[in-house]
Design a protein around this ligand. Structure first.
Ligand code: SF4
Length: 82
């Protein structure tokens, strides 16, 4: 189990509603938050230079909360600017 878990909600309907709203905002504002837009991503496999488990932020659905209701965002994300 991860330390410092931050569960927003455990209600599946609320998780789905929040993720639907998040997907609309990603599309509307061109929000980037995934590893492929981060300066810390490495190689074609898109691994993380800090060796964070990043499967969700590489190949997962566009979503703000995972199935457990926890944030999927990475606090070390830094946008590529070039
Ligand atoms: S720092 Fe975070 S967002 Fe950046 S590549 Fe690593 S896991 Fe992805």
């Amino acid at each position: 189990m991860r330390k410092n878990r931050r569960i927003v909600t455990s209600d599946p309907a609320e998780i789905a509603a929040r993720n639907e709203g998040f997907r609309r905002e990603v599309a509307e504002f061109d929000l980037v938050y995934r590893c492929d837009s981060c300066i810390h991503v490495r190689g074609e496999e898109h691994s993380c230079i800090f060796d964070y488990p990043n499967e969700m932020l590489v190949r997962g659905d566009v979503q703000a909360l995972d199935d457990n209701g926890e944030w999927v965002f990475c606090k070390d994300f830094e946008i590529q600017d070039g």
